[in-house]
Design a protein around this ligand. Structure first.
Ligand code: NI
Length: 212
């Protein structure tokens, strides 16, 4: 049987991590956004023109089970990242980059910026699980962690042009291939910039400061 000839589980998982999280995220990022600094500046300059076309209506719930919609993004700038709590590498890294960027901001902006994590794995990422996850040391303080029904998450993903797909399942375990982009939205909920999880926190902080 083919299944008897497959490599040991740890090799499959390691290969899966590399293939799904790193390569998938990097390729998706490279396709969508060039990380060249001058191009990011151009993206910033396109604010309000609608050219970027990132963002839109969504209805989700936060880690306390309270409704959270796109209207809740208004009034303050946000950093938005789509991922899943079982992600072994890229999602934790992205959230750490967000926190390190926020740490570099002047106090007023630091209090203002709203870090948001939206699950692409709503079947496992319940509000309870997200609540625990959001408290991970090194993640942004005050992280808003959102999930919803599969349909609600699909609508949010479509609004932000996020791709995700489940990888091969091993027992109860599976990885999720997903776009890895840190979005910066301004206080009107308008797309301002996009950053890779490989971006330096200083560059992300400068992008946030450029909003004011
Ligand atoms: Ni991930």
């Amino acid at each position: 049987m083919a299944s008897r000839n497959t490599p040991p589980l740890w090799i499959s998982i390691a290969a899966g991590i590399a293939a799904l999280c790193l390569v998938g995220g990097a390729v998706a990022f490279a396709v969508l956004w060039s990380p060249a600094p001058q191009q990011r500046t151009q993206v910033l300059d396109q604010r309000g023109t609608g050219q970027a076309d990132i963002g839109g209506p969504f209805t989700l719930v936060d880690q306390d089970g309270a409704p959270f919609t796109d209207a809740d993004l208004l009034g303050r700038p946000s950093l938005i990242y789509f991922g899943y709590t079982f992600c072994p590498d890229v999602c934790p890294l992205s959230l750490q980059v967000m926190e390190a960027a926020i740490e570099r901001l002047p106090p007023g902006l630091r209090a203002d910026i709203r870090p948001v994590f939206i699950s692409v794995d709503p079947e496992r990422d319940t509000p309870e699980r997200l609540k625990q996850y959001a408290q991970t040391p090194g993640f942004p303080a005050g992280l808003v962690a959102l999930t919803g029904t599969v349909e609600q998450v699909e609508a949010a993903k479509a609004a932000y042009r996020i791709y995700s797909a489940r990888g091969e399942q091993a027992g109860d375990f599976y990885l999720v291939d997903h776009t890895s982009i840190i979005y910066l939205m301004d206080q009107t909920g308008t797309f301002a910039a996009a950053f890779s999880h490989t971006e330096s926190p200083q560059t992300v902080a400068e992008g946030i400061e450029a909003l004011s």
